[in-house]
Design a protein around this ligand. Structure first.
Ligand SMILES: *Cc1c(COP(=O)(O)O)cnc(C)c1O
Length: 375
């Protein structure tokens, strides 16, 4: 038997080794580009949102809209790329494919461009022109699927046909994110440690892939932090019933109208057993609250941020009623600039049959009474 050599120095004796070492140095460089991008981007700010201060309840919002690609999916895309590179799934010319019409495709297009590989997003045909343009702005290409239910299978098929790598955000969101350190929860607890209530009573997030809620839940357990995790869920999503019944097989026949959150089935990265409380939020409440938050911040946030804040207000009201003091933390998930022609457009709302007025009124009276009452 020939002794196995561990070095790749004798290239003639090992015809594959030169390509191998080339790929290694390419991969090393791609990972370095991602590390330097991360160092440039830094952490996102934790904003104090003054709404309950007099009652002894502090609300904090981690502003994930300030990532270079405008949403919390920047973190997910970075983790997926690091994982795929270290796994040898992406090499110098490997096309990267994702099934997404939203923020994930935008962020993945950005990282593909950063390391110099082609990117393809398989999107439903109904995807708006604005979103396709956003993906194209970072050098990505969109393939339209006629049947919205076949977006994932068409993405897999495309990856097979062109020898690409299917990223599969819904499967890998909870697997590629480091839940022990170096994640959104770690940043939050670092940033809040000098506040009056450094251990929030609640952390409130929505679930799309479920990756964010799972990462936070695991982090809380791992670090032994006594905060509770609440997940807000839009109308028609399967996550709420899956949690209530502790049954992953729950499905719904409707699709979510709140971009980024709510799914018709329980995605592999969502773990109902890790969630302490779930709150179902009407779509009109999410949109009314989105506008309410934007008016208070002086800049536009996306609709899932409205869903988060509605949940925050509900929990804070309960805390207030039982004379609890403390803090509640949530996220600004993405910028609202993307939604000027939809959620911020009154005639679009009318076409969708969404009436936000009762919720807008409830938010206005909340500011004076501390009660969130919908007539
Ligand atoms: C993906 C997404 C979420 C939910 O995050 P997950 O980690 O996928 O559960 C919330 N808001 C927006 C805008 C998103 O794109």
């Amino acid at each position: 038997m020939e002794p196995q050599t561990k070095t790749l120095i004798d290239l003639d004796a090992h015809p594959d080794a030169s390509e191998n070492s080339f790929n290694r140095s390419w991969t090393g460089n791609a990972l370095r580009l991602i590390r330097t991008e991360s160092a440039r981007s830094g952490t996102t700010p934790l904003l104090r949102f003054p709404v309950f201060a007099e009652s002894g309840i502090d609300v904090f919002l981690k502003d994930e809209s300030l990532h270079p690609t405008g949403s919390l999916k920047h973190r997910l895309a970075r983790s997926l790329f690091v994982h795929a590179l270290c796994n040898g799934d992406i090499g110098p010319n490997t096309p990267v494919i994702e099934a997404s019409s939203g923020s994930t495709a935008v962020s993945e297009a950005y990282f593909s461009q950063l390391i110099g590989v082609p990117f393809f997003a398989v999107v439903p045909r109904a995807t708006s022109k604005e979103k396709v343009e956003l993906i194209e702005q970072f050098g990505g290409q969109c393939h339209q699927a006629d049947d919205p239910l076949r977006v994932v299978s068409e993405a897999k098929q495309l990856a097979d046909e062109i020898g690409g790598h299917f990223m599969d955000q819904f499967t890998f969101a909870s697997q590629t994110t480091n839940w022990r350190a170096d994640n959104v929860a770690d940043e939050i607890f670092h940033q809040i440690r000098s506040e009056a209530s450094p251990v929030p009573r609640w952390v409130v997030v929505g679930a799309g892939t479920g990756g964010t809620s799972t990462t936070i839940a695991r982090y809380l357990r791992y670090k032994g932090i006594d905060s509770r995790l609440a997940v807000v869920d839009p109308e028609g999503s399967a996550f709420y019933d899956a949690w209530r019944l502790q049954d992953r097989s729950v499905t719904t026949s409707t699709s979510s109208r709140i971009e980024g959150i709510g799914r018709a089935k329980v995605e592999p990265s969502f773990f109902p057993q890790l969630v302490d409380e779930m709150i179902q939020v009407p779509d009109a409440a999410s949109i009314a609250t989105m506008r309410w938050v934007s008016a208070r911040l002086g800049r536009m946030v996306g609709p899932s941020t409205g869903t988060n804040m509605w949940g925050v207000l509900k929990l804070a009201q309960k805390m207030h009623e039982s004379s609890e003091i403390g803090s509640v933390v949530s996220l600004i998930c993405d910028t609202g600039i993307r939604y000027a022609s939809t959620y911020y457009n009154d005639s679009w709302l009318q076409d969708q049959g969404i009436d936000i007025l009762p919720f807008t009124a409830a938010l206005e009276s909340f500011t004076t009474t501390g009660q969130l009452i919908v007539d």
